[in-house]
Design a protein around this ligand. Structure first.
Ligand SMILES: Cc1cc2nc3c(=O)[nH]c(=O)nc-3n(C[C@H](O)[C@H](O)[C@H](O)COP(=O)(O)OP(=O)(O)OC[C@H]3O[C@@H](n4cnc5c(N)ncnc54)[C@H](O)[C@@H]3O)c2cc1C
Length: 255
């Protein structure tokens, strides 16, 4: 495998993370909106804890480098491989990369990244967002040891995006998939209604909210109204309706 580009190595140093090159093993369409990308190389170094993501160099235009971040869905350290669930139902640099990736392609990767990890002290875990969050939600859920209670509320663009997972006995999961139908991508109404219908379990729980920038802010407000304070909510906006993410992979922050 080649070395990561100098620009990638510099950025990783500044971020206090690691740079490496991984190779595409395979891509598999999972649903109309999601493609799984399996990568090989430096899995131990790059993939971190459940909730962490990796930053991929998905496009280079002269000196301009466009990077996108994807949560790690699963890791196989023995095979030195890891998988990402990438949204490919829209047109974008990252989704183009995932759709066009073929076995043997090499990609600069920086990781592990991200600060949202499982709150080990929580009595229950609530995951809220859109399909871009499923990879993170399911890796975090799979890391929980029984007995645990998990609630997952996800807005989907197509009925076949309702991907489920098999869990060990003792991890109780309630999954609610909300179809977006005619609603715009920055309309929080579907998730708000699903959340309002949800009975939160007793005890101190933790909510993880990811997805579209403005939807996320509305959901966080709704969780405050349900009695969760900021220490019990981990929000992270992944993308922003009507705007491409910045070249470093983050959605723009102005409201
Ligand atoms: C910490 C972190 C973790 C992330 N993890 C994941 C992950 O596991 N899986 C994942 O798919 N994404 C994840 N994202 C988002 C991802 O990094 C990209 O920003 C996103 O996929 C859009 O990139 P793009 O280049 O395809 O589109 P862009 O070039 O950024 O945007 C092009 C257009 O597509 C629209 N768009 C972007 N994303 C979506 C979407 N999901 N649905 C509909 N329209 C969209 C934009 O509004 C814009 O109009 C994560 C982001 C962060 C910050």
């Amino acid at each position: 495998m080649r070395e990561p580009l100098p620009g990638t190595q510099d950025l990783a140093r500044r971020l206090g993370s690691h740079a490496a090159v991984s190779r595409v093993v395979a891509t598999r369409p999972l649903s109309p909106s999601l493609t799984e990308v399996e990568l090989e190389g430096a899995a131990q170094t790059l993939t971190g804890q459940p909730g962490n993501d990796v930053m991929l160099l998905v496009d280079q235009r002269g000196t301009r480098m466009v990077r996108r971040r994807y949560s790690v869905r699963s890791v196989d350290l023995d095979a030195d491989r890891y998988r990402l669930w990438v949204t490919t139902g829209h047109e974008g640099v990252g989704s183009d990369w995932a759709r066009g990736a073929t076995a043997g392609d090499e990609v600069d990767v920086i990781g592990p990244r991200g600060k949202v990890l499982v709150n080990a002290h929580a009595a229950w875990h609530l995951f809220v967002g859109d399909v871009s969050g499923l990879g993170a939600f399911y890796r975090m859920t799979e890391s929980l040891t029984a007995p645990r209670q998990v609630l997952v509320v996800v807005e989907i663009d197509h009925p076949d995006d309702a991907l489920t997972l098999a869990l060990p006995e003792g991890v109780a999961i309630t999954g609610v998939f909300v179809e977006r139908r005619e609603r715009h991508r920055d309309d929080p109404e579907g998730l708000l209604r699903a959340l309002a219908a949800l009975v939160l379990p007793a005890g101190d729980g933790h909510a993880y909210v990811v997805g579209e920038f403005s939807v996320l802010h509305t959901i966080v407000d709704a969780l405050h109204d349900r009695g969760l304070d900021d220490s019990a909510i981990s929000p992270k906006s992944y993308w922003r309706a009507h705007r491409a993410n910045a070249d470093h992979g983050e959605p723009e922050r102005d409201r």
